[in-house]
Design a protein around this ligand. Structure first.
Ligand SMILES: *Cc1c(COP(=O)(O)O)cnc(C)c1O
Length: 454
């Protein structure tokens, strides 16, 4: 099909006739002027009319080094000339072998094995089933309860939703969800316990300690997004919190699952967010940035201890009976290898440090705006929480869609953003330049002012 033959209008009409978009109220979509992206270049998306938009959320937190990155393009093309896909069930391939070694080399210490899949939710489902079967295989089937956090987001499949904690996304599906124990979110701006950091002495972590004491013999694992609860509103945990969680889970011999799907691959200024407090989880889920934002590849990493519990003779039935058809797809894996090569060759983690400082400095001005309640930033991840009243922290009403309006307004300045409710999210590719950061911040300031002063 020759796409060039279609005008914007025709494409838009067909979209609105045939498609159901994710996380989208289609009634509103059908009335909006929609963006149809045809190309990308560097940190920009280019629509079918040739208009450029700075990709301010990295195409939903995936893109790392920009679009059309030559080395990544070439890696995928090279692999395409070999083979596009072969199964990983009963076969292996060189790319996956090499990538596994590369991942283990950079992962937090103690993670020794890589189990592949194809997106964040599957990586989390695997983590959950792995943790449960670990205890089963160890002769402790009564340890099957999971502890997860309020405001957590781990994906949209039923297992991932079960450990989720965002009412708007998750409450409808309650009849289908398995039982979990919910712990407070480390959301200092709106502390569930009504306390203040640091005088609280991390009371929210201590509450988890009590929960684990009370249910120690029935808990399989605690799952958490390290340092940043991303989809929950870019909630950044206070210093020492994640370290405390690691100590508490160790004390009760509960497995710690770190969901680094959003935070992995440099987003927080380190390769993995777990590094900020020198944490090694028992299981780690990665996806989004793993392939540089090119193709759906994901992985669940674990320790020798967990892996060993699955070894046995066939008749012992300790095998991990889980797999996805496109596990370790060779095209995606080729992109992932090249992604990690770029991190190394271009010294990306060092290069982003001045950008992070530039962003931090620029955000100070926005923090002064009348309707900005709090700005939360770690590395290149930023959440700007808009409120109706700064003094009382009173939020805007849900139907006002203030965050969405700001993101719509900012398109005028050639920027694409997608909010989380009234949190304006900035999550640019690591390749963003200082000038682009300045333009992004100036535009965010103008858009917030325009929308909130109406
Ligand atoms: C996006 C996300 C997921 C889900 O990933 P998908 O690829 O969309 O399934 C899981 N966990 C976290 C922390 C995420 O941000």
């Amino acid at each position: 099909m020759e796409m060039k033959r279609y005008t914007y209008k025709q494409l838009s009409d067909m979209d609105k006739s045939y498609i159901w978009h994710p996380f989208t109220q289609m009634k509103a979509w059908e009335k909006e002027e929609i963006l149809i992206i045809e190309k990308g270049k560097g940190n920009y998306l280019i629509d079918v009319n040739g208009k450029r938009y700075l990709d301010g959320v990295s195409s939903l937190w995936t893109n790392v080094h920009g679009h059309r990155k030559r080395q990544l393009d070439n890696a995928v093309i090279r692999q395409l000339k070999g083979i596009a896909h072969s199964t990983f069930l009963g076969l292996s391939h060189p790319g996956a072998i090499l990538l596994s070694k590369m991942l283990i080399d950079i992962a937090p210490e103690g993670l020794k094995r890589v189990f592949y899949s194809d997106n964040g939710a599957t990586a989390v489902e695997i983590a959950i089933k792995m943790a449960l079967q670990y205890w089963f295989n160890m002769g402790r089937p009564e340890r099957y309860i999971f502890v997860s956090l309020n405001n957590a987001y781990h994906g949209d499949t039923i297992g991932s939703v079960s450990v989720g904690g965002i009412g708007l996304f998750h409450s409808t599906y309650k009849p289908l969800l398995f039982k979990t124990i919910k712990a407070p979110s480390p959301y200092c701006y709106r502390c569930e316990l009504g306390l203040e950091y640091p005088s609280c002495s991390l009371a929210c972590a201590k509450e988890i300690d009590s929960m684990l004491s009370a249910h120690e013999d029935s808990i399989a694992a605690l799952i958490i997004e390290p340092m940043v609860q991303a989809a929950g509103g870019f909630i950044i945990s206070p210093p020492g919190y994640f370290k405390a969680i690691r100590e508490i889970t160790k004390k009760h011999d509960v497995l710690l699952i770190a969901d680094e799907v959003a935070t992995g691959f440099g987003r927080t200024g380190r390769m993995f967010a777990s590094e900020h407090e020198h944490i090694s989880p028992d299981i780690m889920a990665i996806a989004k940035g793993l392939s540089g934002g090119y193709l759906p590849v994901a992985a669940t990493l674990t320790t020798q201890r967990v892996y060993d519990a699955f070894l046995g003779d066939y008749e012992e039935k300790k095998t991990f009976y889980h797999g996805h058809t496109y596990t370790a797809n060779p095209l995606g894996v080729a992109a992932a290898i090249e992604n990690l090569e770029i991190f190394r060759k271009e010294n990306i983690l060092k290069k982003i440090q001045p950008k992070i400082r530039h962003l931090k400095k620029g955000l100070e001005r926005i923090a002064g705006l009348e309707h900005v309640g709090q700005i939360r930033q770690l590395g290149l991840m930023t959440g700007i929480e808009l409120v109706k009243d700064r003094e009382t922290k009173q939020p805007y009403s849900f139907e006002q869609r203030t965050g969405a309006k700001v993101c719509y307004e900012i398109r005028k300045y050639g920027i694409f953003l997608r909010p989380l409710d009234d949190v304006v999210v900035l999550m640019p590719p690591l390749s963003i330049t200082k000038q682009e950061i300045s333009h992004l911040l100036d535009s965010v300031e103008k858009a917030i002012k325009t929308v909130t002063e109406q």
